[in-house]
Design a protein around this ligand. Structure first.
Ligand code: SF4
Ligand code: SF4
Ligand code: SF4
Length: 163
């Protein structure tokens, strides 16, 4: 049930910046309506990737580590802003490799691939240059394990564009 008092509270006020929410979060509008900013999910996360973001709402910082999809944050969330249905993926977010990636500068590097247990990062041979990492969209879970180890922090975990 939507909390109308909270919805009224936000009417005419700026909503928090859209950020990546914890796994199994409701759609952003419903999430903001439900989330009380108690940060119980932040305290529950064993890998410490959940942090208080804009306005105190929880967001994900993969520089701290990866999501193991343990679901402890969901269990901790009493207002049910995080809800996990059987078999439902945590999110549709996936890794994106940015311009700072070392092989793009001609420097050999495969660190992100070494940390990807899902084997979702391939390095196809490239004529005249270091192999560039490519994300396999069928395999990437958006766990973020490849983010922190990258020497240039070139990897980000992004939701697909809305639409
Ligand atoms: S536990 Fe739930 S209500 Fe509390 S901050 Fe996390 S998402 Fe929001
Ligand atoms: S599923 Fe587990 S590892 Fe992932 S954010 Fe929630 S508590 Fe942290
Ligand atoms: S986000 Fe996880 S599954 Fe996806 S490429 Fe990085 S380590 Fe692999």
């Amino acid at each position: 049930m939507v909390d109308l008092s909270r919805r009224a509270f936000f009417r005419g006020r700026p909503r928090p910046k859209a950020e990546m929410r914890p796994p199994w979060a409701l759609a952003e509008g419903d999430f903001i309506d439900r989330c009380t900013r108690c940060n119980d999910c932040v305290r529950a996360c064993p890998t410490h990737i959940l942090v208080a973001g804009d306005g105190g709402y929880p967001t994900v910082d993969f520089r701290e580590g990866e999501c193991t999809f343990c679901g402890d944050c969901v269990t901790a969330c009493q207002p049910k802003a995080l809800q996990r249905a059987a078999g439902q993926p945590a999110w549709s977010a996936q890794a994106v490799i940015g311009e700072d990636c070392l092989p793009r500068q001609g420097v050999e590097c495969r660190v992100c691939g070494d940390f990807c247990d899902a084997r979702a990062i391939r390095f196809p041979p490239r004529l005249g240059g270091s192999p560039l990492p490519e994300i396999d969209g069928e395999k990437c879970t958006g766990c973020g394990a490849c983010v922190a180890p990258c020497p240039t922090l070139a990897v980000t975990i992004k939701l697909p564009p809305a639409g």
